[in-house]
Write a protein that binds this ligand. Structure first.
Ligand SMILES: Cc1cc2nc3c(=O)[nH]c(=O)nc-3n(C[C@H](O)[C@H](O)[C@H](O)COP(=O)(O)OP(=O)(O)OC[C@H]3O[C@@H](n4cnc5c(N)ncnc54)[C@H](O)[C@@H]3O)c2cc1C
Length: 423
């Protein structure tokens, strides 16, 4: 039996990872990526234990850890640097949840996954943007912007927050989805050499000011990733971009002015910024589980549940999706079952009953958890950039309280997040 072809749309975080899992289960994935040559991509990601233990299944967790520093500490403070709470809980993650939490440059992660896809002998077609999907009785045909079409047994939409696969599936149901919704918050992100004052501890640090929040964590032994979140009710896309070399001095100056009176280590980071990028933060209304899939297609990651970044869970949840979807698909690899049983799985499950026996249970398992996290991330973002002294005081008190009783509230939050998808 020839391995069945699976069309994977998108080579961000979920796409390459899922392709590797499926190849190992006896499928023949082809990954289609709209970008012509994957390269420079955003600032960084915090990969938590739940994501890292899933990455370990394809042997890339060690490479991720080798690039970065495991997180040991959570540290929250007022803008001035006055500490609201501190805990070394993350230093226990590797023991409790198999893997630590660790920050990584997004470009490093994307290129590492791309290399792994190629090493595994998986076909990657860069510069292929999905534009249409036609579903048939027991196959699906994807059409790309270059006019070419490819047919496979099923298609997985891993094409992120502006997912074409999601838009096409919704349109075929008669729903015209608009653009993702602006959350009213912007981020300004940059990487810098780690300021000497922050070097001693690999901490995730949050500073809270009036209408402004700053987060920083290490993404390498000497590099820190920073993101400054602001409330900006107007969508001003013209100001959202990576700043060019000529604009960098003005940007650094503007940020230092905004952060006047804040903990001095932040301004040190700003002055050492390699590159500054500003963007709006978006998410989307949730889909119901039955909207995550059709007869021959299923959505995973941001295509199904785009999340604003405040909980640091979007990519980690995309990894959990891939793990569950791959677990629910029958194993077709030689030796996993008797050949007759493999043929039966292919006929019974994959050709005749894929949507009901795999996609529906997958979506019903994943939708409630991801929906809660999308709402939680939005609420946390709102809370972090509280405006005015009363709201600011309430927020600071809530942050302090979360550290009470050996950080009981934080322990509970991480226990719910990091024990998944297996432990
Ligand atoms: C500022 C910011 C910070 C974040 N920080 C964190 C964090 O710390 N931790 C965390 O877990 N998550 C974080 N996230 C969320 C995380 O980035 C996403 O949840 C994650 O990247 C989703 O993975 P994905 O594979 O679904 O989509 P993506 O990683 O977005 O990949 C989608 C891929 O599909 C491609 N594509 C798009 N359209 C097409 C098409 N038509 N045809 C073919 N290919 C297409 C894209 O080019 C891209 O390569 C953050 C997000 C933002 C915006």
């Amino acid at each position: 039996m020839a391995p069945p072809t699976v069309l994977i749309i998108g080579c961000g975080v979920a796409g390459p990872f899922l392709a590797i899992l499926l190849k190992r289960k006896g499928y023949q994935p082809i990954v289609f990526e709209k970008v012509r040559e994957l390269g420079n991509a955003g600032a960084s990601l915090m990969i938590m234990s739940n994501g890292l233990k899933v990455f370990d299944l394809i042997g890339v967790a060690d490479a991720i850890k080798a690039e970065s520093l495991p997180l040991t500490t959570l540290w929250d403070a007022k803008a001035s640097g006055e500490v609201l709470g501190q805990s070394n809980l993350p230093s226990t993650f590797a023991d409790t949840y198999r893997q630590p939490a660790t920050g990584i440059r997004r470009t490093t992660l994307n290129l590492l996954l791309k290399r792994k896809v190629l090493e595994e002998g998986i076909e990657l077609r860069e510069g292929w943007a999905l534009v249409d999907i036609q579903e048939h009785e027991d196959s699906v045909t994807a059409t790309f912007s270059n006019g070419q079409s490819v047919t496979g047994l099923f298609l997985v939409g891993c094409d992120g927050i502006k997912s074409a696969s999601r838009a096409i599936l919704q349109r075929q149901r008669g729903v015209e989805e608009g653009l993702p919704s602006y959350t009213g918050l912007t981020q300004t992100a940059f990487l810098s050499e780690t300021p000497a004052t922050l070097e001693a501890t690999a901490a995730m640090r949050n500073w809270y000011g009036d209408g402004v929040h700053v987060i920083a964590y290490p993404v390498g032994p000497k590099t820190t990733s920073w993101a400054l979140t602001q409330r900006e009710t107007q969508e001003r896309e013209e100001t959202w971009r990576p700043f060019t070399g000529d604009e960098m001095d003005t940007q650094r100056e503007a940020l230092c002015k905004l952060l006047d009176g804040w903990d001095a280590s932040i301004a040190q980071g700003v002055r050492a910024a390699e590159r500054i990028i500003k963007f709006g933060l978006f998410d989307r209304e949730e889909l119901r589980p039955e909207e995550w899939f059709s007869r021959r297609c299923v959505l995973v990651g941001d295509a199904a549940h785009p999340t604003s970044p405040h909980l640091g869970q979007g990519a980690n949840q995309a990894m959990e999706d891939c793990y569950h979807l791959s677990t629910m698909l029958p194993d077709l690899s030689p030796g996993s079952q008797h050949e007759d049983d493999i043929n039966k799985s292919l006929e019974d499950v994959l050709r005749n009953n894929l949507a009901e026996s795999v996609f529906r249970p997958f979506a019903e398992k994943r939708q409630p958890r991801t929906s809660t996290l999308v709402k939680g991330a939005r609420a946390l973002g709102e809370m972090r950039v509280a405006v005015g002294s009363d709201k600011g005081r309430e927020r600071d008190e809530a942050v302090s309280r979360s550290y009470e009783g050996d950080a009981a509230a934080i322990v509970a939050k991480f226990e719910n997040l990091l024990r998944q998808p297996f432990n």
